[in-house]
Design a binder for this molecule. Structure first.
Ligand code: SF4
Ligand code: SF4
Length: 137
């Protein structure tokens, strides 16, 4: 079947042609990290599998790449008539199909190394945090 460019797909049929990208993850807003301690906590969180961190015009978020358990193999919702309000209200007019989250935000960190590199540029004393407390391990 010939691929239809995303910008030519009308919102009314867009979801039918999508692999339900919006059902493949969750996000949780977090306080804006300001201190070395805040970023050190973020580093611990992103060290866990499937956890990403991003910042957009609304603030900072954790993103967990965890597909919804009700997503069916054919990309339909298995609890369509009971699905949560946030699913019903999700606007497919300009959604993840057109602009993936990692392309539409100001900052996106997928790995520990990416966030660590960002922190080293932001804080010259990044490694000095280790000297403040003795490790218990
Ligand atoms: S809202 Fe967007 S990302 Fe979600 S299924 Fe529809 S087209 Fe895909
Ligand atoms: S409940 Fe349905 S619409 Fe909502 S995330 Fe899960 S599969 Fe997607």
């Amino acid at each position: 079947m010939e691929q239809i460019p995303v910008h030519q797909v009308e919102p009314v049929n867009r979801c039918e042609l999508c692999t339900a990208k919006c059902c493949g993850y969750i996000t949780q807003s977090i306080d804006t990290p300001r201190s070395i301690h805040d970023f050190d906590v973020l580093l611990w969180q992103i060290a866990h599998q499937g956890v990403n961190v991003f910042k957009d015009s609304n603030g900072w978020y954790l993103l967990s790449t965890t597909p919804c358990e009700f997503l069916l193999e054919d990309n339909r919702c298995g609890i369509y008539h009971q699905r949560p309000m946030i699913c019903r209200e999700h606007d497919n007019d300009s959604c993840e199909l057109e602009v993936p989250i990692d392309e539409g935000c100001e900052l996106y960190f997928e790995t520990y190394q990416e966030l660590d590199e960002f922190c080293r540029k932001r804080y010259k004393s990044w490694d000095k945090r280790f000297a403040k407390k003795k490790s218990r391990k």
